[in-house]
Design a protein. Sequence first.
Length: 248
Amino acid sequence: MAESRGSGHLRTESMPVIDGFRQRGMEMTRLETFADAAFAFAVTLLVVGGGDTIPTTFEEMTRAMKQVPAFAASFANIMLFWYAHHRWSRRFGLEGPVSVSLTLLLVFVVLVYVYPLKALYSGALDFFSGGYLESYFALTSIDDLRIMFVIFGTGYAALSGVIVLLNRHALARSDDLILNEFERYETVTEVQHWLINMAVPLISIGLAILLPDGLVVVAGMFYAVFGVFLPWHANKRERARQGIGPAD
């Protein structure tokens, strides 16, 4: 199986450029179509999963509507990883054995991750709303909460790790892809971005395991550091871009 859909100076120069990055994978492949379908299925599971049923009374409809914020948060979380894979596909157009394996791994983890994702967001919104956005998923002990944080963090870290590996694979083939200085820089800093996304849930897992019962919720609140580290990295990334010319 060919690893890249196109190479060579003339073909590279004719490729469209988005945000300074040549788009080497503008044609949809069966792999990308399959990944998109799997992500769409995962979103469907968010809607029907977790014991949700079609409301037959006004009270049931009201209760179901209170799950919309949890669905929205879960949807945004899944779309974050879908877009990362979509952008990777467009930028590099790789479809060899490594790319296929990593994409299939991403799909597998997403489908496993769906139920704990919605359950945790539903529980978090129940907690922060004082019970108004009632969770459909019941936790009966602190140990249950610890395990939920571990499952959620493992899924988030695994998905982020796959995005890291996809971009590192592209870097390893930078000569074949004819990446210029700007594109190499963008790919390196994309790896850094997703390493942050991987490190935070791993630390949260450690906190969930090690903290005493009264502080276990800190493991979930720790994700708030995304609001500090991701903007910091984005600002640092943007400043460094100024001295590097984008692709023509």
